[in-house]
Design a protein around this ligand. Sequence first.
Ligand SMILES: Nc1ncnc2c1ncn2[C@@H]1O[C@H](COP(=O)(O)OP(=O)(O)OP(=O)(O)O)[C@@H](O)[C@H]1O
Length: 516
Amino acid sequence: MLPSMAEPQAAGAKAEGLSKPVRIGGSAAEATLSGGELTWRASGGGERVSLELESEVLGVRVDGRVLKVATFGGGDEAAAAGRSSPSSRPVTCGGGRDGGGGRVREVVVEMESEEAAAKWGDAMRDRLASLGRPKRLFIIVNPYGGKRGGRKIFQTEVVPLIQAAGILYSMQETKHRLHAQEIAHSLDLRKYDGIVCVSGDGILVEVVNGLLQREDWNTAIKIPLGIIPAGTGNGMVQSLLHFAGESFSVYNAVLAIIRGHKRPLDVTSVVQGKTRFFSVLMLTWGLVADIDIESEKYRWMGSARLDFYSLLRMVSLRRYNGRVLFVPAPGYEGFGDPVEQITSCKPDGASTGIQGDTSNDFNDETCAYTGPSIDEADLEWRSLDGPFVSVWVSGVPFASENVMAAPEANFGDGYLDVAIIKDCPRSALIGLVFQMKDGSYVKSPYVEYFKVKALRIEPGMRVGSSTKGGIIDSDGEVIARGDGSHTGDEIEHLMAYGPPIQLTVDQGLATIFSPR
Ligand SMILES: Nc1ncnc2c1ncn2[C@@H]1O[C@H](COP(=O)(O)OP(=O)(O)OP(=O)(O)O)[C@@H](O)[C@H]1O
């Protein structure tokens, strides 16, 4: 739906030096609009009050002689404490799980004429537009993610804020798996300043894959992406907010999009032979993947399932044979052993898609993105031999809201952070799993933590078994599963367990809305 909005009127009004007698909150005042600030003082003296447009103003509406200035309401902490700008009043705005209700506040400025109100409205809107804020968004809502709260979060927490910010939007709910990927593949991107996912990380990953399957992938992937948490795995939002020193909430995630700040986001090509998948979060093999995926059958336990299944896995610890090869980032050349010769993993005509996605197999003829072209033989590869307890590769710090996989990971540095656990006594491992919540596990002597530009996993069988392999999970989806660990009812996986899987980073290929 595209809500109707008053178009900006006569352009060209300057945000500098406008000064008028007005009425604010019913009282006479002298107001000035200057230097990106709206300031006012009650006639006859009184406290000077100011609103900085960039940091405090959500949007502006003009209603006859009245200028309605929606403000951010002072952020989470101020909202919790009931603080707000003087002379502002709360505007009803839902009430979601984060207590987002009532966080939009409005300063009502009564001007002396409609003309003056229109002029000030234009000047303020021009100023806000110059900050690079989005004007039109395409919003994808997954009504089935997480606790199935996506639709409610959108209606009660997202819509009031983006309407107050004067952002036009189109919304589409996902109807099935890979629907978001299809949408991103065919969307007319010229109509939008960003694509926002009200979902978990899975939908964001589908959107990235859909954009990179387009013929115009190199411009399409530049559209800013936004994410508002409504899934089980909300690692990207948590990473962005934590990085900016903000707390995890729907409200803060929406504000980050409205403010329009963006940052480059690395995209990792995960390739096996002719098959390719694009990842923006992480890939894990061994203990963490086993806990994440196999604990699904204990979903009835709620969040306790992860702790319960972690303990179970540690009592009967699995180790996997195999090898990890990598191209270390500068400063990390001391990890692993040098590799004399490396065989090429280069795909000829790779297909792209998410697991089980047979309808979406792309090949070179389609002009979809084929991943970065690197000459493996020219790079200085090193290797670590198994058995491995856990291999965890991350592009961003958080794997989910409460799990910090890679404390040093940076969104657009062009590197992946790798945390590898080989041998580790059970007693220490229990501690390590609990330290994964704040990322401090990487400091353990049992963890090798380093940065790489490229990485190849050669996954082998479980120690003590010739038939049972493990699980390789990328961005929350199982991309490969070894024989013996099937539950029988899952969809065929994108990649085979056994042949090498290579990860190569494209620095800052995508763009994401970010609080800073
Ligand atoms: N209408 C739908 N019915 C069923 N599945 C859907 C629907 N829409 C999207 N999906 C799938 O839901 C999955 C989860 O998406 P999302 O990213 O919102 O949440 P998540 O946190 O990754 O996972 P979840 O909360 O389901 O554990 C994705 O794999 C997506 O393809």
